[in-house]
Design a protein around this ligand. Structure first.
Ligand code: HEC
Ligand code: HEC
Ligand code: HEC
Ligand code: HEC
Length: 162
């Protein structure tokens, strides 16, 4: 009996926590990150992203392709995530910060962001190769192959060492 109620308890806890996560973290869009991540002294991550192919990924989709879910799933963060989780992210921003760093509604406030542990606990991700492979794979009609170290260097936007 005890084991059974423990199991049911765990199951309910599991249901509860996944439902909580699903509602908790929403996508806010790159402009929200720009407020703090566009100063040259700290690496101007926004400007570097805005210059990258990721930010312009929607421009590659011409005509009907611009509304084709089969293309949008990799060319737009907003079009590739659950619609109920979109706060202020737009389809036009292409592959945005939050495809790689996680939905930012809970971690973007300064008090959370400046504390790495808190940011991670509030949905921030430091991406690894797996995150890239979700889009950089042979399902892409224009796949050019993927070498993580090489591609990571091409999009690098570090905080300069003090
Ligand atoms: C209110 C200001 C503010 C906003 C808004 C903000 N950040 Fe930050 N962010 C910071 C600060 C401060 C740090 C810590 C910098 C440091 O460690 O030198 C940081 C660090 C980070 C890091 C590095 C974490 C690590 O420890 O390696 C990432 C990734 C990041 N932010 C992503 C984002 C993204 C994506 C957004 C938008 C969804 C965003 N930030 C919005 C202030 C902000
Ligand atoms: C949500 C999908 C998605 C994710 C996740 C993603 N990418 Fe991309 N990436 C794209 C798309 C789409 C393009 C092409 C944009 C265009 O040109 O229209 C691209 C282009 C690039 C390019 C430019 C390639 C060239 O031809 O010059 C580099 C470099 C790159 N990505 C690196 C990465 C790395 C590294 C990661 C993981 C940290 C990553 N990407 C994660 C979708 C994604
Ligand atoms: C599985 C993810 C994925 C899907 C699905 C996808 N793309 Fe892409 N697309 C990419 C990536 C990643 C790149 C960057 C090329 C690379 O480095 O492999 C890219 C690049 C492109 C480019 C630029 C080509 C170049 O030579 O730089 C065009 C145009 C494009 N895609 C159109 C489309 C169209 C049209 C569709 C739908 C029919 C589509 N893509 C579906 C991921 C995808
Ligand atoms: C295609 C994926 C991708 C996108 C889009 C992206 N980043 Fe990153 N970001 C990365 C990767 C990969 C790293 C390096 C992680 C590591 O340290 O291994 C990184 C690191 C960072 C860091 C920490 C730098 C450091 O030196 O600690 C900050 C801050 C950051 N990103 C902010 C942003 C912001 C803001 C945006 C949007 C304006 C953005 N990123 C868009 C993949 C991405």
């Amino acid at each position: 009996m005890l084991i059974r109620s423990l199991l049911i308890g765990c199951f309910l806890f599991f249901l509860g926590s996944t439902a909580l996560m699903a509602q908790d973290f929403e996508y806010v869009g790159a402009k929200k990150c720009k407020m703090c991540h566009n100063k040259p002294a700290t690496g101007a991550q926004y400007a570097q992203w805005a210059d990258s192919k990721h930010a312009h990924a929607m421009e590659s989709l011409k005509g009907d392709d611009a509304t084709n879910p089969k293309c949008l799933k990799c060319h737009s963060t907003a079009a590739s995530v659950d619609k109920s989780l979109i706060a202020t992210l737009t389809v036009e921003e292409g592959v945005s910060c939050e495809s790689c760093h996680g939905p930012g509604s809970k971690y973007f406030p300064n008090a959370i962001m400046k504390d790495r542990e808190k940011a991670l606990a509030n949905g921030m991700m430091i991406p690894d190769e797996k995150v890239c492979l979700a889009c950089h794979n042979s399902e892409s009609p224009n796949f050019k192959g993927f070498n993580y170290e090489e591609y990571k260097t091409k999009i690098a936007h570090p905080i300069p060492a003090k």
